[in-house]
Ligand binder design. Structure first.
Ligand SMILES: [Zn+2]
Ligand SMILES: [Zn+2]
Length: 396
């Protein structure tokens, strides 16, 4: 999927300097204040197990100068990596889980935002959950956000006392996240609050309109939702989330947005960027909830069954020879009964069982059994490779 959209894989280390996450994710976020696995190494440096995927990618992007000389070149990267959060484990959310993400760095064009959303929706379709909906919002920029936040605080002001403790804290530290609250009465209090989309500066408004036009051009459906504010400080302009029903209250299966200030915040030159992340375990959970199962892989390779000590050496040599030729092959080191080995050949997903017993050794032959059709063919010893190749030719 990522290759189809011309994204290349990047692998970053499991841990980074703690400072990277303090600077990028932000000290007031839940991630930094409560959820990071931080430790000191023998040199007294503070290190942190990667709690999210974007900051490490940006760090590597800068350190390895992936941008090159052309400052406006678009660099497209994807990753699939374990991330670590000290969080209460719940359905589809583990302290070590896997995150897949993409980052498109170097372009501020609204079409790139649309491309990232398109890639995600294409992915959800491909993995069998086309009911995923894209929720879209704009969180503004350093020009229009401060004015808006002041207006928001003024409008919410007197109602804070009626809201939950988390919201009282959010009001002081990160008022955008007031929209994030799951408490029903808090939601009601926020229903009439002014939204960022209605208070964008000219540039942000123009950008947001173009993102929507781009999505319409490529036929990606979306819904506007002022509550999509994302938990991280570095987002600017476009913010989006992918949701589906079936996981209960926690129904986001991915999200992301534009982060035009992040590269600079990480110590690089001002460089726009947009990206998304998704929790793999959550996607698998949704699939499970829908009753979708793993696609059974096609049968392949040969399970060599040796019966008796005399056959063992020949069988062992055959397995090794097949592996050298690139044919997946295995053998039962426990030398169990024919029945047990045949069962294993089936359960292991092998295409053929190669049976070597006393009779076969005497005749200089091997009995090749097709595990699907159960058809058996006697093949001369030394001809197995040629016979296997011939089967493939027949099949294609
Ligand atoms: Zn703005
Ligand atoms: Zn609340």
């Amino acid at each position: 999927m990522c290759r189809r959209f011309r994204y290349s894989e990047i692998r970053t280390p499991m841990f980074e300097d703690t400072d990277l996450f303090l600077r990028s994710v932000g000290k007031e976020t839940d991630i930094v204040s409560k959820e990071m696995y931080t430790f000191e190494d023998r040199g007294g440096r503070s290190l942190t197990l990667r709690p999210e995927g974007t900051a490490p990618v940006v760090r590597a992007f800068l350190e390895d100068n992936l941008q090159g000389q052309d400052r406006e070149r678009l660099t497209r990267l994807f990753y699939l990596a374990p991330v670590f959060r000290y969080d209460r484990p719940q359905a589809g959310r583990y302290r070590q889980h896997h995150q897949a993400g993409i980052e498109a760095i170097g372009s501020g064009a609204p079409g790139v935002d649309a491309e990232v959303i398109h890639l995600a929706m294409t992915f959800y379709h491909a993995v069998g959950i086309p009911q995923v909906r894209a929720l879209l919002n704009s969180v503004g920029c350093p020009v229009c956000r401060p004015t808006y936040l002041a207006a928001l605080k003024a409008a919410v002001g007197a109602r804070v006392v009626e809201m939950c403790g988390d919201c009282a804290r959010r009001y002081e530290e990160n008022p955008l996240r007031l929209f994030d609250c799951k408490v029903e009465s808090c939601r009601a209090s926020m229903a009439e609050a002014p939204t960022q989309v209605d208070n964008l500066c000219e540039e942000c408004a123009g950008h947001f309109a173009e993102v929507q036009t781009s999505l319409k051009v490529i036929g990606v459906e979306y819904e506007l939702d002022p509550r999509i504010v994302r938990g991280l400080d570095y987002y600017t302009k476009t913010a989006f989330e992918f949701v589906t029903t079936g996981l209960g209250a926690q129904d986001a299966v991915g999200g992301g947005g534009r982060y035009d200030g992040l590269v600079e915040q990480c110590g690089g030159p001002a460089t726009p960027g947009v990206g998304l992340g998704m929790g793999i375990e959550r996607v698998l959970l949704v699939r499970q909830g829908l009753g979708l199962h793993e696609v059974e892989p096609e049968r392949e390779g040969v399970y060599v069954i040796a019966l008796g000590d005399e056959a063992w050496e020949t069988a062992y040599r055959l397995v090794s020879g097949l592996r050298k030729m690139g044919v997946p092959a295995d053998i039962d080191y426990r030398k169990r009964s024919m029945r047990a080995q045949m069962k294993q050949a089936d359960a292991g997903g092998f295409r053929y069982a190669a049976i070597l017993g006393e009779d076969e050794i005497k005749a200089g032959q091997i009995t090749m059994r097709d595990m699907t059709s159960t058809e058996q063919t006697a093949v001369a010893m030394g001809e197995v490779a040629g016979w296997l190749a011939a089967q493939d030719e027949v099949a294609t």
